[in-house]
Design a protein around this ligand. Sequence first.
Ligand code: CTP
Length: 421
Amino acid sequence: MNLKHRLFKLPLGMQKLIRAVSLCAGKNKVKAYLVGGIVRDLILKKANFDLDIVVEADAIEFAKILSSYLGVDFRRHYNFKTATVLSLPYKIDLASARREFYPYSGSLPRIELSNLRDDLGRRDFSINAMALSLNKGSFAKLIDYFGGFSDLNKGVIRILHEDSFLEDPTRLFRAIRFKERFNFKFSPKTSRFLKQAVKKKALSFVNEHRLRDELVLILSEKEPLKCIRTLNKSIGFDFLAVSELEKSDFLFFQRLRSAVLWFSRKFPSQRKLEKWIIYLMGLFKNTPLPKLRQVLAKFGFRRGERIRLLSSKRIRVLDKLSAKASPSKIHKLLDPFSFETIIFFYALSSCKLARKNIEDFFCKHSKVRLKIKGGMLAHLGLLPQAMYAKVLKKILYKKIDGKITSKSDEFREAKRHLRSN
Ligand code: CTP
């Protein structure tokens, strides 16, 4: 089967890069292949801009040739015998065809150079183990040693060998992620070996930072709730010290989902939410604060992520939001929190007034901006400068409460405050 017509549907910039790989490979007698997710998604007609190339040669040497042909930079990763050619806005990831050995379950693999067939055979699922030839005479021909095309058509996730989940238990997450993303089923064997790996507590052999990365990916999927259901059923959340989720937890996740959808529809142009953080707050809803601190540290969440996740425990703010308050008071209460945390609070609260206050914060108060800036006050010679931030905040609150509107009002207020100090 030839997928040239699908390659022509890719953005022109990507097509140009694929042609360049093909040309350089031909000139240097190197066999090159497009592999992994992009091949799967070309067949499914889904967007994917990850150019993953396998060469039956030294990938770093080939990257040197390709980057000099394209006149762009490249990065080499000696340990993994891989390289990345940066041709912005795209990048090409190049790897030497390899065989892999796992010294122990959950470890990173040791590698040995090999051919395309071995390289595809070491991969997670048949649908991710196809390649497109980029070689002269067979350009865009599909190479499918393991029945990936048929599994894609049947909607099946299938591991390639029995030890797949034990060797790399992060594949337990990947299996669920792809199953739910595409609405596929596990093959009976995949289902059996997945259960066995869970029974053998395969996840406990994996470094927590790798688990965190998988968790973030799965909760960033379009329908995280489907993934959470399947995770709960087939793997459980012991690894996060979270007990089995029950019906009431899922009702809450539905509320979270509605809150996220409401926000994204209402503010399509607003800063993109990190949806995974909101769902993770949901998973940790019943985790006590000290335990949550421990888990977040163990999994190596970054500082900004930890701060947001921990702030989801400051639910006392909901009591204050449940009473009538001026717009500036609501602003003061909510402004210190991230949008992710506020959306979590929105889903958590069943008080109409609190929810209305949060909606007003998003729709009105959080958008109010002053026309004057600290720099302008300095320009007017107003002193003391150390007070600017505080004064600007006070003026902002007046504006939020509708007590002032114009730029000259703002200046007048600023002068008044600075003189009185
Ligand atoms: N892969 C694997 N086992 C893993 C991770 C990756 O076999 N634990 C292989 C698969 O062939 C996969 C490819 O490496 O297709 C690239 O991995 P990645 O970029 O993580 O996955 P994609 O399939 O591109 O998935 P996504 O669409 O989510 O980016």
